[in-house]
Design a protein around this ligand. Sequence first.
Ligand code: TYD
Length: 212
Amino acid sequence: MDKRKGIFITLEGCEGVGKSTQLKLLKEYLASTGQEAVFTREPGGSVISEQIRAVLLSPENSAMNPVTEALLYAAARAQNVREVIQPAINAGKLVICDRFLDSSLAYQGYARKLGFERIYDINRYALDGLMPDYTVFIDLSPAAAFRSKAKSESLNDRIEHESAEFHEAVYRGYGKLADTSPDRFIRIIPQSEKTKTAESIVEALKSRGVIK
Ligand code: TYD
């Protein structure tokens, strides 16, 4: 008997672009239309990966080497893929992951300058052949995102503490990835109305047959 195969969607973007809000709105849309989906996130998604996340994001670990960082993101991913994502896809489910491989490519590969090739190499074991079917990329530069961010919001984790130049490099990295994989990347330009942005995401996923 043929194995049922689910769909794997990832959501990507720079810090402060409203990714969490959009995930929440997408979750609400799916729930209100009676569609099932498994939501997970990176780094994290499983108990072990959440422990790796704590090491990665702790501001105390400012001495972490970029290679260590890349390997830890891949280690967290390896567990999430095997424990959460792949089993759900094999069961025919829709899986939506908040950040995935493209985060490693943009942050560690491009902004930390390890290079895309090295990040693909490091992640080969972690992915075990799995790639997102579609990647929703919230296409907003960090400068624009920071301008619209409430002044009261503080910087919490080690990566958020990086310089503005670092975050601009992440954004350029994403741009290159989106240009190289135009069939996989769905570019979403955020609008001032969050619900309008959410509608664009829903429409984009509907038109590709991912959701109804
Ligand atoms: P998180 O609080 O989840 O950020 P956000 O709300 O913006 O998604 O923290 C995850 C941080 O880890 C974020 O700064 C991006 C970074 N990251 C990498 O550098 N590489 C990776 O492979 C992943 C998955 C995340």
